[in-house]
Structures are given as structure tokens and as C-alpha cells.
Design a protein around this ligand. Structure first.
Ligand SMILES: [Zn+2]
Length: 100
């Protein structure tokens, strides 16, 4: 896993701004397309894996200069975000029941 680019003042600010932006738009997950429950707040380590997490639209390893660019940051469930990183860009997920 890449080191956490959200640590530090700039990262925290951008992350908070993107969360508010996506919450206002009620943006769905960019990987599974299902809604995100914004009342959970942003994902926190050890928290609910279906919470919102910031996802880079252009991968950070190829576009490191866009890591903190809000227009390059989309909404994703932490769960979907994490599974995708493990599987090299393939986001094939079953459709889940809406239990969350
Ligand atoms: Zn998702």
C-alpha cells in the first residue's frame, strides 16, 4: 500500500473539502455505482468500510502531481477503493443488497 498522502495539513484539508463536495452532490461510489451513506462521515481507520473514502481518478503512481487535486478525487466506498488497489484496476463487484 502507498503511504498515506492524506496525512498532513494539505491532505486533510483536501480530503475534507472533497467529502463535503461529494456529500452535497450525494455522489455514488465510482466503482460499484451504489449510493454512499454520507451520514457515516469520511472513512476512518478501523471504521465502517462502507463509508466514503477519497479515490484518485487518475492513479497516484502515474500522476503523483494530481494526488491532492480535488478534480482528480472521486467518491468511493472504502471497501471498493481497497479491493480495487489489490486487484490492479479491475472493479468487478457483485451487486449488494442495500443493508447499510
Ligand atoms: Zn462501492
Amino acid at each position: 500500500m502507498a503511504k498515506d498522502q492524506w496525512d498532513g495539513p494539505a491532505g486533510r484539508r483536501v480530503k475534507a473539502a472533497c467529502f463535503e463536495r461529494d456529500k452535497r452532490r450525494n455522489a455514488p461510489c465510482m466503482w460499484c455505482g451504489n449510493p454512499i451513506d454520507y451520514s457515516k462521515g469520511p472513512y476512518r481507520r478501523g471504521g465502517d468500510v462502507w463509508a466514503w473514502s477519497p479515490e484518485h481518478i487518475r492513479p497516484q503512481d502515474r500522476w503523483p502531481e494530481l494526488v491532492l487535486e480535488p478534480s482528480n478525487i472521486g467518491a468511493a466506498h472504502f471497501h471498493c477503493n481497497a479491493s480495487r488497489q489489490d486487484r490492479a484496476g479491475l472493479a468487478v463487484m457483485g451487486v449488494r443488497s442495500r443493508r447499510w
